[in-house]
Structures are given as structure tokens and as C-alpha cells.
Design a protein around this ligand. Sequence first.
Ligand SMILES: NC(=O)c1ccc[n+]([C@@H]2O[C@H](COP(=O)([O-])OP(=O)(O)OC[C@H]3O[C@@H](n4cnc5c(N)ncnc54)[C@H](O)[C@@H]3O)[C@@H](O)[C@H]2O)c1
Ligand SMILES: [Zn+2]
Length: 368
Amino acid sequence: MTTTLNLRFSGGRQYDVVIGHGVINNISQLARHAGLGHECVIISDSNVAKLYSKQVKSRLQSARFDVLLLTFPSGERNKSRAVKQHLEDQMLRQRISRQAFVAAFGGGVTGDLAGFIAATYLRGIPYIQLPTSLLAMVDSSVGGKVGVDTPYGKNLVGAFWQPRLVVADIDFLKTLPEHELLNGFAEIIKHATIADEQFFRFLEKGMEKLRHMEPKTVESVLATNIEIKKNIVQEDERERSSRRSLLNFGHTIGHAVEQLSQYKMSHGQSVAFGMRVESLIAVQMGLLEKEDEQRLSALLDSAGFPASLKNSFSPDSVAKMMLSDKKNVDGHIRMALPAGIGRMAKKNGSHTISVSPSQIEAALKAFK
Ligand SMILES: NC(=O)c1ccc[n+]([C@@H]2O[C@H](COP(=O)([O-])OP(=O)(O)OC[C@H]3O[C@@H](n4cnc5c(N)ncnc54)[C@H](O)[C@@H]3O)[C@@H](O)[C@H]2O)c1
Ligand SMILES: [Zn+2]
């Protein structure tokens, strides 16, 4: 079965997200249908290129696309300005024209990097997302946020540049290392918690099947997930209201611990821990029932996330790390907090709630 979702933005811009087993085999028809030209630059990291680039390249070539394949070494440290420049120079040398489109073929690193290249190459050319990691399928390939990391922090240079098509072929997940799955699980549980109690219940029942990548479960989870992200992104394409900040649930604390661990903790583990702490903060502020916090915690347990931190940081170092973020101006930290399963709190019309460092420290102490 194939699921197709359509995202719509102002000015008549729209694109399809196609999800299913083997959907990559329809790449040529899908690209034509999306109105893309016949010149294609596939950008892929070394792991994904080794496994799948031949297959995708020949699919496109046999449908008369001119294909240039560019690769870069895998890993977050290569989501950099230097690698971007290196790839752009190769495109310029090959005289890739404005009629060309980029195919970002890989995980979230590839999607962010290749999407940002498309956003700035000759002042912007179209691109498509061909996500191959679970995280990229459920999160990063949809929404149009692209960019690179800098020595001053992650994702600090980038753009909003919507893809023209997203093709999520579940079959790619067969070769994804198991620990990479957890990064996707964290975002899936986040999406369920912020927007969809029924989906949350589905995960409570089906987590075992999801962990074993049972095909039907994966397909349904992907479709529901992307639907949730789509609805939020469509309403707030460029993060102008607090609506899109709902997607940051678990990430305020999560980013701080990820940074404190010097990125030894994975993004998924950091966000899972972040969701535990942030939901406890919501309980302590009287926004969330204890019972709901426990339900979330149990779901995170069943997905395989540890209940406490291995490299235990002191609670005040986590709060300090968050305060050093330029966004926090008044000594308070703003975060999206749940008001129930599938419901987020709102105060004075905003989805971000002001939390004091002492409230954060109090919640963190519960996880020592
Ligand atoms: N733009 C957004 O909205 C958004 C949202 C969330 C995360 N992100 C970004 O996404 C990035 C993380 O993405 P990620 O977790 O996919 O990391 P990643 O792209 O580094 O992929 C993880 C690892 O899995 C490998 N891999 C990917 N697909 C594979 C497959 N099918 N088979 C075998 N190996 C495969 C990759 O080579 C890599 O080693 C971060 O840079 C983060 O900032 C962006
Ligand atoms: Zn995330």
C-alpha cells in the first residue's frame, strides 16, 4: 500500500509526501509529476551511496534523466559549511544549471545539507527529499528547514526551503543500524504526545511491533506521523507563531543534555530524557495530570529509552546551559509543555510557557 499526503502553503506552493514499500522505484514518474526538469544532482552520504545510489541513479537514467551523483563522508560533523562549499564547487564545475533539481538521498544530515545547497545554489533551485533513516522519514524530510552546523552551534546557518516532493521508501530501513531507530522513535512519541491521543494509544499497544519493524505497523506509524508534522508546519511554515514550537517538546532540555554530553548522547536519547523532564515540569506547574506523565514515561521505557541519565550532569549545569542560549532573555526559559496526552498547554495565547531555572532544577533532581 502507498500513502500520499499533500502539503499546501501560501502562494499555491504544494508538494506530495509518498510513503510505502518500494515507492523509490516510481521515482522518475513522481519527479515528472512534480514538474521537475530532467537534470538531477543526487547528493548522498557515503553509507547510503554505497548501498543504494546505483539503484536510484539507474532508475532515473533509464527514464532519461541526466544524473550527477555527489557524495560526502557520513556523519553530523560533515553537515558543515566546508562540505557544502565543496559540493557546490563540484556542481559549478559541472555547470549544473538552474533547471536542475537536487535529490537529497540519505538521513537527516544529508537532507539538511543538500536542501541548503538547493536553497542557495544559483539563488535557489528545486529539490526533493529521499529520506533513508527513520528520523528523516518521520521528521526532518518534511517541513523545509534546511541548514548546516557551525563551530558556534548546530543548525545556526540555514533557510526555510520546501522540497517539491518527498519519497519515503520503508524498505531502506532494513539496513539502518538498530541504534539509529531510537532517534526516530523519540520523534514519533513526541508527535503522538503533542497532537494525537489515539495515535499514542496505538503506540502503547504496538510498540513491540514497531521495534521489530513489522511492515504494516511501520507504514501506518509513518503516515500518521507525517500527517501530524504536516498539519503543524502548514499552519506555521516559518516559525512565526508559537505553533511550530510545539515540535520542540522535549528538545529544550534535550538539547542542553545533548550538548553537555558533548554529543555522546544520541539525539533520540536526549529528546526522550527531555520529554520525561519537561512533562514532570508540566505536572509540577499543575498543567498535566501525574497519570499522563506516567503514561508517557512508560511508553518511553517500552521503546527502549533509559529512565535516567548515565552521565549524570548536575541539575544546575543543565539549567545554566539552557540560560546561555540567546533566545532566553529574561532569566526564564520558554518551553512547549503538555497539558494531556495529545494536548499541549497554552498560556496568554502562546504555546511556549515560561519556566524558571529553579523549576527546571527541581524536576531534574527527580531523575538522579
Ligand atoms: N530539518 C529538520 O527539520 C530536522 C529535524 C530533525 C533533525 N534534523 C537533523 O537531522 C540530522 C540527524 O538525522 P539522522 O538521524 O538521519 O542522521 P544521519 O543522516 O547522520 O543518519 C544516521 C546514520 O545512518 C546512516 N543511514 C541512513 N540511512 C541508512 C540506511 N537506509 N541504511 C544504512 N545506513 C543508513 C547514515 O549514513 C548515518 O551514518 C541532524 O543533523 C538534525 O539536526 C533536521
Ligand atoms: Zn529532534
